[in-house]
Design a protein around this ligand. Structure first.
Ligand code: DAH
Length: 339
């Protein structure tokens, strides 16, 4: 009897040792310890053992069962360890591999220049406002005193969507929208995208950007206009920059002035950048036309103001020495990464 039990035990242990994966071991477990497994079949049924042999047979039986279970647990621990090592091996990180350096994004040069301009004016108490790019003829032209025969109103110069709706040709439209909704004092700048039906070349683009400025209050004079723009020019282009104002014409300002700065490249002596004139035109400006103030319901006897508008692309091209406006819109990383 003892011999038989030892044989069963030996067979069970052999099968347990033979399992080489956890899945196999589980199969062996069922085949050995299961309800119809090896032990259930081969170990004596205690009910069939004569009572006087039961203590001895029972002890042997328990020994076999314990030995098999212990072997099973030990094998399981071994195989788990093997599995753990295998996983570690497969999932090992090679910390000596060179890292992948993330490419940080950066602001588009136009955005950088816009932010710089905005910062300067915000520093002088201006607030940033925005207006729609799809604009009513009323805001883009009529309220700005731009007469029906003005060339900008020609279909050939503007993108009309319907008879009275167009892609705005200038951010000046935001002046009207702002004044319609608030009383003086008004002190705003309005950066934004504008559209014109220009043939694209090195200095023209159908889509470009402007920053508009407007200040309306009591007792505002041309001197205020000059002072504010002088501060702006010095912060933007350098402390030594001088400004020059020359008469110009815009329907919504009177008088109107074109503002230039002394060339920051040659200091005013003349060079290719300033086309040997010593001056670089940077913006249009003027005193808000009384009719424009009346158009928004302001009392033009009491209030005066000044306005200005500048092209972002132009300023960015000057600042960075860029000679082709198309570069701003091509999203060529070789260009963009330089800023
Ligand atoms: N809107 C003008 C343009 O697109 C620029 C401009 C000139 C804006 C004079 C103004 C201004 O506010 O006063 O050329």
């Amino acid at each position: 009897m003892e011999e038989e039990l030892k044989q069963v035990q030996a067979e069970a242990l052999m099968r347990i040792q033979g399992a080489s994966t956890l899945a196999e071991l589980e199969q062996v477990r069922q085949a050995v310890l299961g309800r119809k497994g090896l032990l259930a079949q081969k170990l004596p049924n205690m009910r069939e053992v004569p009572p006087e042999q039961r203590p001895v047979v029972g002890r042997l039986r328990n020994e076999v069962q314990r030995a098999v279970q212990a072997a099973f647990a030990a094998r399981r621990a071994e195989l788990e360890e093997v599995e753990r090592r295998r996983k570690l091996e497969v999932e090992r990180l090679d910390v000596t591999l060179p890292g992948r350096i993330p490419l940080p994004g950066r602001k588009h040069p136009l955005t950088q220049v816009r932010d710089e301009i905005v910062d300067i004016f915000v520093g002088m108490g201006f607030t940033v406002v925005e207006g729609p790019e799809v604009e009513l003829e009323y805001y883009n032209f009529i309220a700005l005193n731009i007469p029906p025969d003005h060339p900008a109103r020609d279909d050939h110069d503007s993108f009309f969507i319907t008879d009275h709706i167009l892609l705005r040709t200038e951010t000046s439209a935001v002046q009207i929208r702002t004044m319609e909704t608030q009383e003086p004092p008004v002190r705003i700048i309005a950066p934004g995208r504008v559209y014109r039906r220009d043939a694209v070349d090195a200095t023209h683009s159908h889509t470009f950007h402007q920053v508009e400025g407007l200040l309306v209050d009591e007792h505002i004079s041309f001197g205020d206009l000059k002072g504010v723009l002088q501060v702006f020019a010095q912060k933007m282009f350098g402390q030594d920059v001088r400004m020059r104002f020359r008469p110009d014409y815009f329907p919504f300002t009177e008088p109107s002035a074109e503002a230039s700065i002394s060339c920051f490249s040659c200091g005013g002596g003349g060079c290719p950048l300033c086309k040997f004139t010593g001056w670089i035109e940077i913006l249009g400006s003027g005193m808000v036309h009384p009719q424009v103030l009346e158009n928004v319901g302001y009392d033009s006897e009491r209030y005066t103001g000044f306005a200005f508008g500048m092209g972002l692309e132009r300023l960015a091209m000057l600042k960075y020495g860029i000679t082709d406006i198309r570069l701003f819109f091509e999203n060529d990383l070789r260009f963009l990464q330089q800023f």
